[in-house]
Design a protein. Structure first.
Length: 370
């Protein structure tokens, strides 16, 4: 009987929270439409692929080989022709003014030296954007090396290098980034919803009314978080469908593994939102506090920068970041089709973080409402 009454109280509070969401058109748009827009925007914007990089050519040889190399260079699609000259100073001026990010310089005697397999070509790069410069340099090296092998007078080398990329054969950065965007969108949404919901009750003065009702603090926490967990799970399904249908991200894993990871992940992020609400007295304060957490959580998750390239201290800090563990699961399930046995460490970390954060938030909630 007691368990039934407790269940009815929790369901009643959860129903109230869901009704408030569906009655507020602005909040409904934030919950349903905003995550899809964020995924689409980030899906296109967050990309490390390099295409059609502006390139200036200095051809001082004017030979058949130099023209053939130039045509091959731009036929790849990675580089875009923006100008040509015989003077190197024109290349310097184009790069100083930002007209070109890459310069291809072919010296005099290129064709004659090529007949003796001694030809050299210079590629100049604008290193302001180190990522673009690094990727463009790799593309340029590969194009020039392939061209040189095809036009070499020497016999074919005895060893042939054949490259093969597993899990992401096309090496599309979008296939790697979009699953991570899903995790970050869920984190932002769950943090904001939970922290604002509790603080809004405090601002309106209804939190005190709830505390003097038959609801216990534990029931209040569950009744507040479960509706938002369900909404976030629905959003996870929607934005995952967008990733699959719109961005054509491959999905090779088990749906149930991804659902389990999402549930454990939301326990952590909803707990963080509840923890923020215990330190905030107004909605504005809750929003600012959430943003203070969002950026470190994203940057220390491996979303854009590999965790292994971070200093050792920050690598240890990332172990307490639920976003990192969820992104590892998310990417492995999407691209590798990894199973539970390969990801049990990440699942264990999510479970421990979620339980710890939720217990801390519950303790803080008891103190602030007592």
């Amino acid at each position: 009987m007691i368990a039934r009454d407790k269940r009815e109280r929790i369901l009643g509070l959860a129903r109230k929270e869901l009704l408030e969401v569906f009655r507020d058109p602005n909040l409904l748009r934030i919950v349903v439409i905003a995550p899809v827009i964020q995924l689409v925007v980030f899906g296109y914007a967050v990309s490390t692929d390099v295409h059609r990089v502006s390139t200036f050519v200095v051809d001082q040889d004017h030979s058949a080989d130099s023209r053939n190399l130039t045509q091959t260079f731009f036929a790849s699609g990675y580089f875009r022709f923006v100008g040509a000259s015989e003077r190197p100073r024109d290349l310097v001026e184009a790069m100083n003014r930002g007209r070109a990010l890459v310069g291809l310089q072919i010296p005099r005697g290129f064709e004659k030296e090529g007949a003796r397999d001694e030809a050299a070509v210079q590629v100049v790069l604008d290193g302001t954007n180190s990522n673009t410069a690094t990727v463009a340099m790799e593309y340029a090296q590969r194009i020039i090396q392939n061209w040189a092998i095809e036009h070499a007078n020497a016999p074919t080398p005895p060893v042939e290098l054949r490259e093969r990329a597993w899990f992401n054969p096309a090496l599309r950065s979008r296939d790697y980034n979009v699953p991570a965007v899903i995790g970050n969108v869920l984190m932002i949404l769950s943090l904001m919803l939970t922290s604002l919901a509790v603080v809004r009750e405090r601002e309106l003065g209804t939190l005190e009314q709830l505390m003097v009702s038959p609801l216990t603090p534990g029931e209040l926490i569950v009744g507040k978080t479960v509706p938002f967990a369900l909404l976030c799970l629905v959003d996870a399904v929607v934005i995952t469908a967008v990733a699959l249908v719109w961005f054509h991200v491959p999905f090779r894993g088990n749906v149930l593994i991804l659902v389990l990871a999402s549930v454990l992940y939301l326990v952590s992020t909803l707990g963080l939102g509840l923890l923020i609400s215990t330190f905030s007295s107004t909605q504005q304060e809750a929003v600012l506090t959430s943003f203070l957490l969002i950026m470190p959580l994203m940057l220390l998750s491996g979303f854009m920068f590999p965790v292994t390239s971070m200093p050792a201290v920050f690598q240890w800090l990332t172990l307490a970041n639920p976003v990192r563990h969820f992104l590892e699961i998310d990417r492995a399930v999407f691209l590798k089709g990894a199973g539970f046995m390969a990801l049990w460490r990440q699942f264990l970390a999510l479970a421990l973080i979620g339980v710890s954060v939720l217990m801390l938030a519950a303790r803080r909630f008891h103190k602030t409402t007592a």
